[in-house]
Design a protein around this ligand. Structure first.
Ligand code: WTA
Length: 657
């Protein structure tokens, strides 16, 4: 790793924005100056780009850190900002969503149509007893109704918890229970990889007998028909969207809610087994999501066709599919399926069909396109693209160069955007019309954002050195807490640099000699697989939940395609071994088990059956050593192990396989 880092830091290529691009860019150098002169005033100006039913008089209340309040005495309606105000400004006929189904069906939804739909859904929610502050779980495919559902929940001041459609019934159940959701909005199924992937059955399973579990909170399930797959029906609880939504009134006046009214909870993996419900509120979140979408993606809403490929189940889909672009009145592509179905050029076909000008995706996708080869995109007209974005993990310079030359016609600026579920919106990125781009570096903090790289004691490491990434000042779209667990919020993000009052992001970073930031990956037990966060502990607890497994240790090992891959080491129970003479097939079973428990994205690439795990004298598993084995390296320092021989045993068992 370190030789690779040194190599990265000697990267000398620089790419200035094309002159015409710079001349018309939304984000200018002046933004940095304004923000440096008056940070809070700068954010207040950005917030005033939104419509406030009641204007705020105070920008930031940081009197009780780390619990921030932004624009606290202001009132707004998030959905009104994303919908009605565009219609009222005469842009109702502008297309909001250019929706493309995986099988090739498509729909254009204008701002007026989306507003109408959201008003009806809002009326349905009210009829179902959903009030401000209530939680609604959304478990849906990428269809216009998913966006409408999020906005309708926001419109009535309730709180959505979107659960990625690839998650299992078990994961869905945990999230529904933790949030105490009253309603689940889902679909019968959606198209993925050429077939219908069922969703409603997982909801049924999640809501089925809880045994000694918490009190059933869910009163209704609202179901969109999309897949046409057979589903079971619980009368009185389940409702078809196509029956109740069109029948509801399209009259619905958006009510104002306080700026700090909770907008959504989004669960993400932490370092423990239990996912954290990251809580975001309204005014500050929408301000920063809209601002960053405008200046980082250089969005010109009248002319651009924008496409962010993220699923709404992830934070990128919240901030850069639903809230940022719609608050800005953008026209965007929404695609239901996978990028290689039914053919490897599917993404390029969509870009050509709609004339996409701004394309925002993840390095793992770029690497998979590279693997297929440049002859595939070469068959399509991609000349409409003028800006490319990357998110989710570090983008290696080779992928960066490929992205620019093959998709960007050799000149489109690339913005490498660093942020997290917790930060709510982009924090580190070039401004594409200002910054000279450097392949592989996320580069600089955005105007109004204060970032540093520090050592273990919180001291700045200075240019040319590496350390831990921290955010040194509160920002508008910062998480406001972990749902139901304020202590965990303080402990996880603020305790490490308590005396400085810094937010610790969990990422390692280096500053190069120009002061540009290079992200180096997580420094905790969180893995990043294909840009998705997974917790080692969460997968370990799934594994030990299997009857065969006594102990498990999981590490993220470097992987060419997915960035990191899940590698599991399992000690099998003696009782299981005596019952089953052959362990053949167990590895496959354990991989499938994890997929079923958590979701397919968590399925381990490798499972190794070992007789022991490396532990310190105090019993802590030394994952660092297992990572050495998983990545085929010589095993590092083993002197703190309780049994120094254990690593040679493990290495023997792994290579024998
Ligand atoms: C990583 C996704 C390097 C990082 C928006 C962070 C990145 C985690 C980048 C958050 C990037 C995200 N360069 N690393 N441009 N973007 N990361 O919560 O480790 O799913 O902490 O949010 O992804 O993942 P999350």
């Amino acid at each position: 790793m370190s030789s690779q880092i040194d190599h990265l830091l000697t990267e000398t290529r620089r790419f200035a924005p094309p002159a015409a691009f710079a001349a018309a860019a939304v984000g200018t150098a002046e933004l940095y100056e304004r923000a440096a002169a008056d940070r809070e005033g700068f954010w207040a100006d950005q917030a005033r780009e939104l419509h406030w039913h009641t204007p705020f008089t105070q920008t930031l209340d940081w009197s009780n850190p780390p619990f921030a309040k932004w624009f606290d005495d202001g009132e707004l309606n998030v959905a009104y900002n994303c919908l009605d105000r565009h219609v009222e400004a005469g842009n109702g006929d502008r297309v909001a969503l250019l929706w493309e189904g995986e099988p090739g069906d498509d729909r254009r939804v204008t701002y007026a149509e989306l507003t109408d739909e959201v008003k009806r859904v809002a009326n349905v929610l009210t009829e179902l007893g959903i009030e401000a502050g209530d939680r609604v779980a959304i478990y849906m495919p990428m269809i216009p109704e998913a966006v409408a559902a999020m906005l309708a929940v926001a419109r009535v001041g309730a709180v959505h918890s979107v659960v990625f459609g690839g998650f299992s019934a078990d994961s869905l159940r945990t999230r529904i229970d933790d949030a105490g959701a009253k309603l689940v909005i889902t679909a019968d199924g959606g198209y993925r990889k050429g077939k219908v992937s069922p969703l409603k059955p997982a909801v049924d399973q999640a809501l089925a007998d809880r045994g000694s579990g918490p009190q059933q909170s869910v009163e209704h399930v609202l179901v969109v028909r999309r897949g046409g797959n057979d589903i079971e029906w619980t009368d009185g609880r389940d409702l078809w969207w196509h029956e109740v939504v069109p029948a509801a009134s399209a009259e619905h006046e958006a009510q104002p809610f306080p700026a700090e009214n909770p907008l959504f909870i989004l669960y993400t993996s932490g370092t423990t087994g239990k996912p954290k419900g990251i809580l975001h509120t309204s005014g500050g979140y929408l301000t920063q999501a809209a601002f960053t979408n405008r200046v980082v993606h250089d969005l010109h809403p009248e002319t651009d066709v924008y496409w962010c490929t993220a699923d709404i189940g992830w934070v990128t889909g919240h901030s850069y599919v639903t809230y940022g672009p719609l608050a800005n009145g953008a026209t965007q592509v929404l695609y239901e399926g996978t990028p290689d179905t039914p053919h490897p050029g599917r993404s390029w076909e969509i870009i050509q069909k709609y004339g996409v000008t701004i394309y925002y995706t993840a390095p793992t996708a770029i690497r998979s396109f590279m693997k297929v080869g440049r002859q595939v995109p070469a068959e399509f007209d991609l000349s409409s693209i003028r800006l490319l974005g990357s998110v989710g993990e570090p983008i290696n310079p080779e992928a960066w160069m490929w992205y620019r030359s093959v998709l960007g016609g050799g000149e489109a600026p690339i913005v490498d955007t660093w942020w997290q579920t917790e930060t709510g919106a982009i924090m580190i990125s070039a401004l594409p019309g200002v910054t000279e781009a450097k392949p592989g570096s996320a580069q600089v903090a955005l105007p109004g954002i204060s970032i540093d790289v520090v050592d273990e004691n919180g001291g700045p490491v200075g240019e040319g050195n590496g350390g831990l990434l921290v955010i040194t000042e509160p920002w508008p779209s910062m998480l406001r807490g972990i749902w139901g667990d304020p202590d965990r919020f303080v402990e996880t993000y603020w305790a490490k640099f308590d005396s400085q009052g810094y937010y610790f992001a969990g990422d390692g970073a280096r500053l190069d000699d120009d002061g540009d930031i290079w992200l180096m990956g997580r420094v905790d037990d969180v893995m990043n697989v294909s840009g998705h966060r997974l917790s080692t502990t969460e997968i370990e607890s799934a594994l030990v939940g299997n009857e065969a497994v006594a102990e498990a240790a999981v590490v993220g090992a470097a992987d060419e395609a997915t960035g990191q891959a899940v590698v599991a080491f399992c000690v099998i129970k003696q009782s299981y071994m005596t019952k089953h003479e052959e362990l053949d097939g167990l590895v496959g079973e354990l991989r499938a088990w994890v997929a079923q428990q958590i979701g397919a994205i968590a399925r381990p690439r490798d499972v190794y059956l070992v007789t022991e795990l490396p532990k310190t004298r105090s019993g802590k598993i030394m994952r660092r050593l297992l990572r050495d084995v998983a990545e085929g390296r010589e095993v590092g320092d083993t002197t703190t192990l309780a049994d120094t021989m254990v690593m040679s045993t493990i290495s023997g068992q792994v290579t024998k396989k």
